[in-house]
Design a protein around this ligand. Structure first.
Ligand code: XMP
Length: 513
């Protein structure tokens, strides 16, 4: 399949470039700036991203442009544009004033294919400290703002374009037109990426890759691993064995419900109740990172023990999706929380990894799920953390605390599934993720009937997001919150107060631990 390579120089908006290209039904790969693939005939164009660095910084990321310039069409964005200029006889200088925010293209060459269908004065978004003060000799200016003479330039001798603004961000109002001009008209994308084409090609590739080999897959009940399993089931049927571990910290009745759903999908699933082991190992542990590590370790042990029984397995399949990979590839990233997935699994078993969803964003995984005919309730499920409710209980974790949290959370989530908003959409489908946190290190006084209570509060959390990298708290309807609060306090023994978390990410995170 044709693809565009996006070379990542560390900009916060690199992922967005990828998103925009997928919206144009064009397959793309985001790769670290120094990992351009050699001799790949499916590459039809290259985009160089922005960067937190100046081209003059000693540690600025360097790339050998001759790998692709002159061979396929190239578009430099911000740092990419400055880098191309800097390396080809142009000039990039620190002017002392940062060019940041909205600007308008006072002049724009609409004869140039990059700016076809552009309006004069089109709004763009600038975000750079340095600026280009001279462009390479074989280049010409194709757009300027009142402050930035070289807002965009193009080579007159080879397929090379550069823009100092960010077409990928929402505030560049015709940014998508620019990217379409580049990807479709200039690079010749056939816009052939779709969930249906993805399913068809992936099943064919999986059949070729796996042949008659046995594959093991760890299911979590979440969308990614479920879609992955369904896809593999279509490709290799009975040769796929799924393992679903209950660590005791799933949502109320979730293990049973999810097992039923999987069996309904015709999957070959082994369910393991290992809750006792997890509770024993977590007893008395209060530190969030330690809790995460114990659960991660136990999970690997339980999974390994089961996987080893499938002696002829050759592959381990995982529902890794694209944002997981980008985060782990991140060239400037740091660990905020140690995420536990089914990752890093049975090393000593020497299994090969199979990750059929590794190029998809979350909403694309959902579209693939629909394409595969999976039930809506599985596809629309909110993300749920691998360590489960353990990271939603402050302090140590006990079966009793989990029970309290499960009951409160069940009321919250079921009410959300049943609440229809004014626009007809179900509230649950409007938010990215919702959950309840048991503030079990806190007690407060209340009164119930004639009795004084001294119990724990729960915090409700609901966020809107597109990829969980950033998130905003959801503005839930007051009547919904009132009903949920009443029901939780009246029905869940051990809880006498309900709060709502109004923190965005950053600076907070979605989960409390
Ligand atoms: P944070 O709390 O980092 O969460 O803002 C971002 C997203 O990741 C989910 N999450 C996890 N998912 N294993 C997972 O599979 C984990 O250990 C884990 N921790 C957090 C979280 O629910 C949110 O969607």
């Amino acid at each position: 399949m044709q693809k565009i390579i996006i070379l990542d120089f560390g900009s916060q908006t690199t992922q967005l470039i990828g998103r925009r290209l997928r919206e144009l039904d064009t397959f793309c790969e985001i790769l670290p700036y120094n990992k351009f693939p050699k001799d790949d005939p499916s590459v039809i164009g290259v985009i160089l991203s922005g960067s937190p660095y100046s081209v003059h910084d000693p540690e600025a990321f360097q790339v050998d442009l001759s790998q692709f310039v002159g061979k396929v069409p190239v578009l430099g964005i911000c740092y990419g544009a400055q880098y191309i200029s800097h390396k080809n006889g142009g000039k990039v200088e620190q002017t002392g004033t940062r060019e940041y925010g909205r600007a308008n293209l006072a002049t724009v060459d609409t004869e140039n294919p990059l700016f076809r269908n552009f309006d004069k004065n089109s709004q763009v978004w600038m975000s750079h400290g340095d600026t280009i003060t001279a462009i390479p000799a074989d280049c010409k200016i194709i757009a300027s703002t009142s402050d930035v003479k070289f807002a965009a330039y193009a080579s007159t001798s080879q397929p090379l374009w550069a823009v100092q603004f960010h077409p990928e961000v929402f505030h560049s109002l015709q940014g998508k037109t620019l990217l379409k001009n580049f990807v479709v008209d200039i690079c010749g994308s056939k816009q052939e990426w779709s969930p249906a084409s993805y399913v068809e090609t992936t099943i064919k590739e999986l059949k070729e890759q796996l042949g008659n080999d046995r594959v093991i897959l760890g299911l979590s009940g979440g969308v990614d691993s479920s879609v992955c399993a369904t896809l593999l089931n279509r490709a290799i049927g009975k040769n796929l064995t799924c393992i679903f571990v209950d660590h005791g910290m799933l949502r109320k009745d979730e293990f049973t419900k999810v097992m039923e759903a999987y069996e309904g999908l015709g999957l070959n699933v082994i369910g393991i109740d290992a809750s006792e082991k997890f509770f024993t190992d977590l007893a008395g542990v209060t530190d969030p990172e330690q809790k995460r590590k114990i659960i991660g370790r136990d999970f690997v042990e339980v999974f390994n023990a089961e996987a080893k029984k499938i002696t002829d397995a050759k592959w381990l399949a995982q529902g890794t999706i694209y944002p997981d990979r980008i985060e782990s590839l991140s060239i400037t990233g740091m660990v905020i929380k140690s995420h536990h997935n089914v990752g890093g699994l049975p090393e000593e078993m020497d299994l090969k990894l199979c990750e059929p969803l590794q190029w998809l964003f979350k909403d694309e995984v959902r579209r693939v799920g629909y394409e595969l005919g999976m039930p809506e309730h599985l596809i629309k499920r909110h993300p749920f953390p691998g360590p489960g409710l353990a990271v939603r209980i402050l302090g140590d974790v006990t079966p009793e605390k989990v029970r309290i949290l499960q009951d409160a959370d069940d009321i919250y989530i079921e009410s959300m599934r049943n609440y229809v908003c004014e626009d007809g959409e179900v509230l649950y489908d409007k938010v990215w993720q919702a959950g309840t946190v048991l503030l079990s290190t806190i007690r407060s006084v209340g009164v119930m009937g004639d009795e004084r209570t001294y119990e724990h509060p729960v915090a409700l959390r609901a966020v809107t997001s597109t990829d969980a990298m950033s998130a905003d708290w959801a503005q839930l309807p007051y009547d919904f919150m009132a009903k949920v609060s009443n029901e939780i306090i009246n029905k869940v023994k051990g809880v006498n107060r309900v709060c709502y978390d109004i923190s965005s990410k950053p600076p907070a995170t979605i989960e409390w631990e």
